[in-house]
Design a protein around this ligand. Structure first.
Ligand code: FE2
Ligand code: FE2
Length: 268
């Protein structure tokens, strides 16, 4: 991303890109944020091949139209923000276990930071709920919602959640799944941003936009750091496997997204 381009402009870039290029546009924007600018040719080639084999539903105009229709209802958007908070908290817990089990110090620190980010995002979504829909959630229930964030911080010791399927050493396949999930979250963010602008009281919009900018910056970072890890692991050993991993995992995500779409579920 160019230094002069604002995050709002980046969102416009994603929405105006042709659907077939939307996923790659997110990946390129994320990598352009890295300093020095990152080149990940094997990663980008595998991602593009997967998209060309099966266009993700979350990159299509009809998906955006369905989201816009659902989000016109303020109650729906309020519930969606709470569900986002829940998913961010769950994601943080999974990442915490993966980080705890990583056998690579650098990857471990990156995963730990990612878990801390998602833990904070759970609270960000609740803050958006407060700003967009003030006084609509009963105070006692609102206080309970804060528990959706596991409250991780970088100075906490990593411990795998006993019995978690994520209490295992992370693989390139895990990083590919995370990368696709983060791209989908980024595209959801763009849709959500427009819906929030429609529902948020004018006095609260500047605060809401600052939170949205922080979320978008983090999600783009999650796309770029996983892309860099995938590229490095491919260079070391797993180059031949990468296109097949991306094709399979994107197909999986597309199926999950289509099932969620039937339930009008568009969460991160
Ligand atoms: Fe997040
Ligand atoms: Fe993320």
């Amino acid at each position: 991303m160019s230094q002069t381009r604002t995050l709002a402009e980046v969102c416009t870039l994603f929405t105006t890109a042709p659907p077939a290029d939307r996923v790659a546009a997110v990946a390129r924007a994320a990598l352009s944020q890295c300093s020095p600018r990152a080149q990940c040719p094997m990663y980008l080639s595998a991602l593009n091949k997967a998209v060309s084999e099966e266009l993700p539903p979350f990159a299509t105009d009809s998906y955006c139209d369905i989201y816009r229709g659902a989000a016109a209802d303020g109650n729906w958007l309020a519930v969606s923000l709470m569900t986002n908070a829940e998913r961010e908290g769950d994601g943080a817990t999974r990442l915490w276990s993966l980080a705890a089990c990583s056998d690579n110090r650098r990857e471990q620190q990156l995963l730990k930071r990612h878990a801390v980010d998602e833990s904070r995002h759970a609270l960000h979504y609740l803050a958006l709920l407060d700003l967009c829909f003030p006084d609509t959630v009963a105070p006692s229930f609102r206080a309970e919602l804060d528990q959706l964030s596991p409250g991780y911080s970088m100075d906490q010791a990593l411990v795998a959640v006993p019995g978690s399927p994520y209490a295992r050493t992370p693989s390139i396949d895990d990083f590919a799944q995370m990368n696709i999930a983060e791209i989908r979250t980024t595209l959801h963010h763009v849709m959500q941003r427009l819906a929030i602008a429609q529902h948020c009281p004018a006095d609260n919009l500047a605060k809401a936009t600052a939170i949205l900018d922080s979320l978008l910056g983090d999600e783009l970072y999650h796309v770029s750091y996983t892309a860099l890890l995938i590229e490095r692991r491919s260079r070391d050993a797993e180059r031949d496997r990468l296109p097949a991993i991306f094709c399979k995992r994107l197909r999986d995500f597309n199926r999950i997204t289509s099932e969620e779409l039937e339930r009008r579920n568009f969460d991160s």
